[in-house]
Write a protein that binds this ligand. Sequence first.
Ligand code: LRH
Ligand code: MN
Ligand code: MN
Length: 430
Amino acid sequence: MSEQPIDTDLVARENAARQSALERDYEALGEQLDRRGIPIDAIRDKVAAFAVAIPSWGVGTGGTRFARFPGPGEPRDIFDKIEDCAVIHQLTRATPTISLHIPWDRAEPALLKEAAARRGLAFDAMNSNTFQDHPGQHHSYKFGSLSHTDAATRAQAVEHNLECIEIGRAIGSKALTVWIGDGSNFPGQSDFARAFERYLDSMKQIYAALPEDWRLFTEHKIYEPAFYSTVVQDWGTNYLIARELGEKAFCLVDLGHHAPNVNIEMIVSRLIQFGKLGGFHFNDSKYGDDDLDAGVIDPYRLFLIFNELVAAERRAVPGFAPAHMLDQSHNVTDPIESLMLSAVEVTRAYAQALLVDRTALDAFQEENDALMASETLKTAFRTDVGPVLAMARLRSGGAVDPVAAYRASGYRRKVADERPAARGTGGGIV
Ligand code: LRH
Ligand code: MN
Ligand code: MN
């Protein structure tokens, strides 16, 4: 049995206070779903098996380029971050893995592995970082990294990615996510084709070093930090990259990395259709790469994305195994609370998508009954699946109400005593 950071008796007491109401709600929902021909226990079991990775950087307070306002008891290093991730998983039972960012999380791999295993956690995709300069490096990324005009700078960026693979290998990761900030701020500053050529050349070197059973995820983003052009700016470019590199290369979709109003669920469908959907960085946004908590702005869009994923799951698309990760920045909330609720929201979208009457939807699509097709999706989306999610958590040892249990535990107060306050100056990057 792994060590649990929150007192299990407290969780049991919190759950006991909510259990009988939950059982009644679950039964009422079960009846409703039964009328629709959906066995509630099967949904519950699928929900229980669903997982989304926590980004190590998400448990610290984020910031903007204007300021960062640290919260109490912020993690001081990756080991504190692992402990915070363990809290999230203990209470939600939906986040068994952590996605590391190098060099932010650099540490002795054996110690990383041991710290995670002790908490019953494992490691998800590794994230490289050539979008900022790191102490001790020889060449600056001010004008780019994998696509830089200077060969030595590109070689340094490639080398960094190879190191990420090495660390990942040692801790049991099976994927590398590459996001670069390369681009330009002025028309004419960069030759689009030559920059992309250099990027592809660098990525081919990274791809060549990928272990047999690994996947390589490239993540596109329309703008920022470059504000005129970005080398990997959209899903089409990303698809070209995955095609150029080979069968272990896939596209990662971060929900905040698109132009406003872009139909993300359709991008997801295209990537599935052509076997190149690697995974997600879930978050929500209203304006740009806001990195807000999943589902807080547009839960229907999250549902529509899961509608595509569940449809692919049902079609048993060969090799379909997208990686689920959160990628958020928490500026005004306790990051642990935000991440717990985000994991719940992503799971909620999955559960709602499981309720779509696909036979009816197919028929409405064939008949061009736009209104009823839309209503079919809306019926699933409007169903309050809260009792299914809570029941799945209860049965797998989590908390019926994760935030209430977390607050009752006093975890934040405890770590605030143990971890000295961080300084509040300087901008954040995530
Ligand atoms: C870039 C990004 C990418 C980085 C993370 C910190 O905006 O989404 O995934 O690794 O933020
Ligand atoms: Mn991201
Ligand atoms: Mn981002």
